[in-house]
Design a protein around this ligand. Structure first.
Ligand code: DGJ
Length: 740
């Protein structure tokens, strides 16, 4: 049996006094690693393939992520010209000098880890095939299990790692990525999503060059302000394409600090790592303990960004979003229509109006709670989740039965992770507040974050949800808000182990969510965080939908919703019609455009209906009614983006049913420059070229397209026959297509 030796430096000798050097003979024991027969481990979906190879010296290397190859075994002995090639899960230590997926500090101060293949197993269940590969460091007995779940039909591979401290002493995980993927191409165009409050999910595109590009959040509670934990890389091109070329997309299922990094090395390879951010998180792992990282969701497509998005959406509807793909009710939310100022008649009036316009649920937002300190502004009361009887003396049960009596469901807002400085909770449990001894307790929106690393706080937060659900029989929907990041982090509960804080905060949150779902599997939960600041597949595992942004301006929403659609499906994208001038942007847009934009996701309204004219109410009724006729396509259809609001004056996209028998097409004119251009030519997509589709514009008496009400073949519509005239900025149109 051939033996491989691990080299370890004995530099100490060099700094010893000459006498001692003479006396002490250089000794170095190396742990022997038995050689192994090379083999390939193939992880594949219907349309993609990830090939890992085990080399003779037990390195696990990535050979291929791309189109399926029939005999993938041919990759086993591939000479990459780069030695072993790209490590599947590179660890800091040995000869590896790039960015590491795993960096461990051992009890003796050593930083070297060299992972070698031990074994692997495969099991299948339904459409998912799970491959588990065990690697180990032969010196320290640290083990790493790499888990790959291949979703065959959806062309998605989810991957995470589990670190097992098989040694006798505690270690520190200085860096621990969920997954690593090395790409090889001539060019790499990275698309990622930055932003802040009211401008979440802004698109940034840049070519990756030598060095390391890092996308990160250190906000503790919020994943989407600054950056979203997701991206696309278009390969071998500097141009973004919806329809063609290889694209690898990734998203991390984690609702706390994260880091995605892209290191282009000296040979031109790009190594992508995704995982929890190592910031202040040198996680201590005791002997025998296991650390499980969150999932990284990968997809590969040869059909450009559109193909990658459709893969992710299909996966998300089936596996990634709680209750994904089922139609959620239209609603009226009280926030922008009433803010903190309401009493029961305000709310029952809104319920009446919502019912009259054909909406299906009323959601009571912020402001309903607080007895000693009534919640009349954002300056108080978070933590005191008792009904404010000054505002609703009749009780939530009255409101619920009033709504139910009108045929509406009822939803209610909470922000359970937070406590206001002015609150009974802050007086009673100051030790539950995230804080650092001796340092300022910085407020944000007059509130502090509760220490979810503390199990007592977890019980309290679960209790808030539970108690809110008990306010009335038939609460159908909870809007879960989270309006600030963590400053001067510190957990009184964790004492000197503050390195655990950021990780255990999120684990605490998930443990609360798990308990909630055990007890309330059917309640609809919206994930909200100052708008869309907690948009990630970690939170979506527990939530039915996300609040996309507090910015409800249809023009701003075109960019936000466009970018959101790159990674997240429309079934979970809450989108509301609000008043003009828009409360965030000041823009004034037509009500029709606001409805058409909101109809691209889960449609809602967020205004005081009393302020609408009779004509506007009639339009609202009409738009809501037509939405109900095509919304199954929004919730379950395949998205084809036709024209981007970033690169064009027109924003257009469609949702097409899986069997291609129906589709709904949206178009918005964002900037109108030239009256002489007439109809704007669009090439539809995703249709069956040979079938004939009846095309019907929605919500208008006079259509903007000459062909409205007639039938055309899919190839005609996809090859340049569709040219509606959207005359003027902020004009919009929705067309329903039905195969005959
Ligand atoms: C922030 C959310 O994004 C809003 O929709 C609203 O719920 C407010 N919080 C309430 O305070």
């Amino acid at each position: 049996m051939k033996h491989i030796t691990i080299l370890a430096a004995a530099l100490l000798v060099a700094v010893m006094p000459a006498e001692a050097r003479k006396a002490k003979k250089f000794t170095h024991q190396t742990v022997e690693i038995p050689a192994v027969e090379p083999q390939s481990i193939v992880i594949e979906t219907a349309g993609s393939q990830l090939v890992l190879a085990v080399t003779t010296d037990r390195n696990l290397v990535l050979r291929h992520y791309g189109a399926p190859v029939k005999d993938a075994g041919q990759f086993t002995h591939m000479d990459t010209g780069r030695g072993n090639g790209a490590q599947a899960y590179p660890a800091a230590g040995g000869t590896f000098l790039g960015q590491a997926a795993l960096h461990v500090k051992y009890a003796d101060g050593n930083h070297n880890t060299e992972l070698r293949y031990l074994s692997h197993s495969v099991k299948a269940s339904g459409g998912v095939k799970t491959t588990e590969i065990v690697l180990k460091d032969y010196v320290t007995d640290l083990q790493v299990k790499l888990v790959y779940d291949a979703y065959r039909k959806e062309n998605v591979i989810c991957s995470h790692s589990e670190i097992v401290n098989g040694g006798k002493k505690a270690v520190e995980l200085l860096e621990v990525a969920s997954s690593s993927l090395t790409l090889e191409a001539d060019k790499y165009l990275l698309t990622h999503f930055h932003g802040g409050w009211a401008y979440e999910m802004q698109t940034a595109r840049e070519l990756l060059d030598f060095g390391t590009k890092v996308i990160e959040s250190r906000r503790g509670t919020q994943t989407t302000q600054t950056e979203n934990p997701s991206f696309l890389v278009s390969l071998n091109t500097g141009e973004f394409s919806e329809t063609s070329g290889e694209v690898v997309a990734g998203a991390l299922a984690w609702s706390g600090n994260f880091r995605l990094s892209f290191e282009k090395d000296e040979t031109g390879l790009v190594n992508v790592l995704g995982g929890i951010s190592p910031f202040a998180s040198a996680y201590p792992l005791k002997a025998g303990e296991t650390f499980v990282t969150p999932e990284m969701i990968w997809t590969w497509s040869a059909d450009g960004a559109g193909g990658a998005s459709r893969n992710l959406h299909r996966w998300a509807r089936q596996y990634g979003i709680y209750g994904g793909g089922t139609v959620n009710p239209t609603l009226l939310n009280s926030w922008e229509g009433a803010y903190f100022t309401f009493t029961t008649p305000t709310l029952t009036g809104m319920i009446d109006d919502a019912a009259a316009m054909g909406l299906e649920m009323f959601v009571l937002d912020d402001g309903w709670f607080g007895t000693k300190y009534p919640r009349n502004s954002d300056k108080s009361s978070l933590g005191d989740w008792d009904l404010c009887t000054d505002k609703i003396p009749e009780g939530i049960d009255y409101l619920a039965s009033y709504a139910h009596g009108k045929g509406l469901k009822l939803g209610i807002w909470i922000e359970p992770e937070m406590v206001s400085r002015v609150s009974e909770l802050a007086e009673k449990h100051p030790e539950w507040v995230v804080q650092s001894p001796g340092r300022a307790l910085y407020e944000a929106r007059w509130q502090w974050v509760l220490d979810l690393a503390n199990p007592e706080v977890q019980d309290f937060v679960f209790g808030i949800f539970d108690k809110t659900m008990q306010l009335a029989p038939g609460i159908d929907y909870i809007k879960w808000d989270c309006n600030r990041p963590v400053y001067s982090f510190g957990s009184p509960y964790l004492g000197t182990e503050q390195d655990r804080f950021f990780v255990e905060y999120v684990q605490g949150l998930y443990s609360v969510m798990r308990r909630i779902r055990e007890k309330y599997p059917d309640v609809l939960v919206q994930c909200c965080s100052s708008g869309g600041s907690r948009l990630d597949y970690g939170a979506m595992r527990w939530c039915n939908e996300f609040w996309t942004s507090d910015n409800t301006d249809a023009i701003s929403r075109s960019r936000i919703q466009y970018a959101t659609s790159m990674i997240y499906p429309a079934c979970a994208m809450a989108s509301h019609v609000s008043a003009v001038p828009n409360h965030q942007s000041g823009n004034v847009t037509p009500l029709k455009m606001r409805f058409d934009m909101a109809a691209a996701g889960r449609l809602g309204m967020e205004l005081q209906p009393k302020n609408l004219t009779a004509e506007e109410r009639a339009l609202a009724y009409r738009c809501i009614k037509s939405y109900k006729g095509f919304r199954d396509l929004v919730f379950t259809g395949d998205l084809y983006r036709i024209s981007s609001p970033l690169d064009s004056d027109y924003y257009a996209f469609m949702y097409v049913s899986e069997d291609k028998s129906r589709a709904v097409m949206f178009e918005f004119c964002l900037r109108y420059q030239n009256r002489a251009t007439g109809g704007h030519l669009l090439r539809l997509a995703g249709l069956d070229p040979s079938r004939k589709y009846l095309v019907t514009e929605q919500n208008v008496d006079t259509s903007c397209w000459w062909g409205n009400g007639q039938s055309f073949t899919g190839d005609f519509l996809m090859s340049g026959g569709f040219n509606p005239v959207l005359n003027g900025s902020n004009a919009s149109a929705i067309f329903v297509l039905a195969a005959r």
